[in-house]
Design a protein. Structure first.
Length: 405
């Protein structure tokens, strides 16, 4: 029971490769049209789509590293029975970090001012009020900090997975690796606090509107990526347990716990969304309201309202009753809704700031999303085959097996 070896079903492998092929074909077609077209807006749309998806899927996978680290520091036992899933997701962070790094640095070092307007000389006036901002929003700082952060995220994601595999090979009752993982997790939380919980959302996303700022933006981005990460973990749990008869020791209590996190952080995300919006709306300062003007009243207003429905109304209404958090079909449906909703959330963070009123959702955006989804499925499913689905010799295993919500 504790030594289940995952074998990728042919249907899953075919699906992932098909989605990957769609993404690659779409990317190549986009590059071809980019080279042939002289329309500046087409080029902006091309890069904005790549930026949106590369950041979203990177943070989606990074959420698993945070979840693993937080539960390790809390010595939480409930996650141990399905811990291999977030470990596998977190271990492929380096792939998405590489993709995001190439896109981000290409944008900056080709002076793509249609994406990052602050690359224009003098865009932020050189005065004492902007002295620090001009250091922060500069090519050297952007490059050094982006590379450093991506390397650290990749290392921690890989290291936590490797330590878990190493724990499998230790003698029963040996806790040396367990405590080493504890220390590595503490290190990641420190790095996380200085990156995703603060500077990185400012640098990569908020600087798209470099004259606008929000002190809640980083936590807002974190909440979005966290609940999306929990949803991805749940989808893999249900897929492995219900559809393929793996993870025998994962029970309704574990599914219920993940459902509770999805429910709770949907509310937390909404709290941050409303706090940010309400303060700006109430103050009615032009420098602040400009961010929401185009999103609420412009061509993106459908996303503005769909965002609230998918990310707050649907999760809270569906997941509030206890039985729905234990129903495999319902929690999977909500997980898909949350992933779609928060992709839209990231989409409306980036697109209005780059392509402005020239909004267009077409084959290119859809094809790129398919490619990233296929890449996640392919990488994670392959990683799951490399080790037993249930971690071996974890000191918390017994407590996790008898776990009751």
């Amino acid at each position: 029971m504790l030594n289940q070896e995952f074998k990728i079903p042919a249907k899953l492998k075919t699906t992932s490769l098909a989605l990957l092929a769609i993404g690659v074909i779409t990317l190549l077609a986009g590059i071809f049209l980019l080279l042939m077209s002289k329309d500046q807006m087409d080029q902006t749309r091309f890069w904005a789509s790549l930026l949106t998806n590369s950041i979203f899927f990177l943070l989606l996978c990074l959420a698993s590293v945070f979840i693993l680290s937080a539960t390790s520091l809390a010595q939480a036992a409930w996650i141990v029975t399905f811990r291999r899933i977030p470990e596998s997701i977190g271990s492929v962070v380096w792939v998405f970090a590489l993709i995001a790094g190439i896109i981000l640095l290409t944008l900056v070092w080709t002076d793509n001012t249609n994406i990052y307007a602050w690359l224009q000389d003098g865009y932020n006036p050189k005065n004492s009020l902007n002295a620090l901002k001009n250091i922060f929003l500069s090519k050297p700082f952007f490059t050094i900090w982006t590379i450093l952060v991506l390397v650290l995220w990749s290392w921690f994601g890989t290291k936590i997975y490797q330590l878990s595999i190493q724990q499998d090979k230790e003698k029963k009752g040996d806790t040396k690796i367990y405590w080493k993982n504890f220390n590595v997790s503490a290190g990641f939380i420190f790095v996380f606090a200085l990156t995703l919980a603060s500077t990185i959302p400012w640098l990569w996303i908020m600087s798209l509107d470099s004259h606008w700022f929000s002190t809640m933006f980083s936590w807002y981005t974190f909440a979005s990526s966290f609940v999306s990460g929990m949803s991805l973990i749940l989808i893999w749990m249900v897929y492995l347990k219900k559809d393929n008869q793996y993870l025998d020791i994962v029970n309704d209590e574990h599914i219920h716990d993940v459902g509770k996190f999805m429910f709770a952080f949907s509310i937390f995300w909404t709290y941050l969304w409303f706090s940010q919006f309400m303060l700006i709306w109430y103050a009615n300062i032009p420098e602040e309201t400009v961010y929401f003007q185009i999103r609420m009243n412009g061509p993106y207003k459908i996303f503005f309202w769909v965002n609230i429905v998918l990310n707050f109304v649907a999760p809270i209404l569906i997941l509030m009753p206890r039985p729905t958090k234990r129903n495999y079909f319902v929690v999977t449906l909500v997980a898909v809704i949350i992933l779609l909703g928060h992709w839209i959330d990231f989409y409306q963070m980036v697109m209005p700031s780059t392509v402005k009123e020239n909004w267009h959702l077409g084959w290119y955006e859809i094809g790129i999303v398919c490619g990233f989804i296929g890449l996640v499925i392919y990488l994670v499913s392959n990683k799951l085959t490399k080790a037993p689905l249930v971690p071996q010799n974890n000191p918390m295993m017994k407590e996790s097996i008898i776990h009751i919500s």
